[in-house]
Write a protein that binds this ligand. Structure first.
Ligand code: PBG
Length: 327
């Protein structure tokens, strides 16, 4: 055979395959999401997310030791309050769960970069991501609350805030309040293209944040749409977002690619609770090889174009990078 093109040539040894890899992953691009809950001495395994836990503030430092030792240096914190009300007061209280957790975590782990999720659904009695007007979330009345929540997180020590509510104008509202309070250097990572997704199910069990009625389709995006995601992303860029996020990840690789091609900001992808649960459940049933699935899915999300990955498998992914298996 007189073949000029022999792509197999570059696949012949492990060293060569590694040399020609197109996707490079570094541990520093991983963010590990964690749940903190009111109480003492708690390390509760989340039934729908085996291997993930809800920690009370006193138990958080030991968990962070493990994260840090594995080389994951960024953590996203979610709070689970013990009281909820109509307007989500627990989300911005000075001694709210996330504020207490941030203070303690920053004290014990100054080497970790802490990002806080800014939303109201874990704190409202109705489980929606804002202030209600009848059955609908009132966009404009919700904005000052989100700004207040973001400010309280930063005052408690958050290094970055990540609004996940999908209200229009929230990035601008948060930016303005942070700037007024001399926090102009605190970045905003916007959940810019967040779809109304069945993949959030295990998270809502973990955080007790399922809506009491209806769904989130009037604010989170319809999964039939790709161009709309770009519109959301460009709007958040104009409002002053520093990093934009696509969420979920695996079913939205096209959206990640689109964002990476079209915008100049760093693009993050959130591989959500349902993606984690699917792999865990299939592995526990013996249907798939868990490690191989974690590696392949993580790399595929980076290959789609993201530079930052939020994943409940962050510690495992860091381990596989360390071993040289991926990255
Ligand atoms: C809060 C929020 C959610 C997630 C992150 N922030 C839940 C939701 O929008 O219902 C989901 C994360 C995951 O599933 O891992 N709004």
């Amino acid at each position: 055979m007189e073949l000029t093109e022999r792509p197999r040539r570059l696949r012949s040894t492990p060293a060569l395959r590694k040399m020609v890899r197109e996707t490079r992953i570094d541990k520093s691009s991983l963010i590990y999401p964690m749940f903190v809950k009111e109480g003492k001495g708690l390390k509760e395994e989340i039934p729908t997310m085996p291997g993930q836990f809800r920690y009370s503030v006193d138990m958080l430092p030991a968990a962070l030791d493990e994260v840090s030792a594995g080389g994951v240096l960024s953590v996203m914190l979610f709070g689970i309050p013990d009281k909820k009300d109509e307007c989500g007061t627990g989300a911005w209280m000075e001694d709210g769960i996330i504020q207490k957790a941030l203070k303690e975590a920053k004290r014990t782990h100054p080497e970790i970069y802490f990002i806080s999720d800014v939303c109201m659904c874990e704190y409202t009695s109705h489980g929606h991501c804002g202030i209600l007007n009848g059955q609908q979330v009132d966009n404009d009345r919700t904005l000052p609350y989100l700004a207040k929540i973001a400010l309280s997180h930063v005052q408690a020590g958050a290094d970055m805030v990540a609004p996940s509510d999908m209200m229009d104008g929230r990035v601008a509202a948060i930016r303005a309040v942070l700037d007024q309070n001399q926090y102009e250097n605190i970045p905003i990572m916007s959940y810019a293209a967040k779809y109304a997704s069945s993949f959030y199910g295990p998270f809502r069990d973990a955080a007790g944040s399922a809506p009491a009625f209806g769904d989130r389709k009037a604010y989170q995006m319809d999964y039939h749409n790709r161009r709309e995601a770009l519109k959301e992303i460009l709007t958040d860029c104009e409002e002053g977002a520093d990093i934009i996020m696509v969420k979920p990840a695996l079913s939205y690789l096209d959206v990640i690619r689109e964002a990476a091609d079209q915008i100049l900001l760093p693009v993050a992808a959130y591989s959500v609770s349902g993606e984690y649960a699917m792999i865990k459940a299939a592995a526990q049933a013996g249907y798939v090889d868990e490690a191989a699935m974690i590696c392949e899915t993580a790399v595929s999300i980076y290959r789609a174009g993201c530079g930052i990955l939020l994943s409940y498998f962050a510690k495992e992914i860091a381990g596989f990078i360390e071993e040289g298996r991926i990255g």
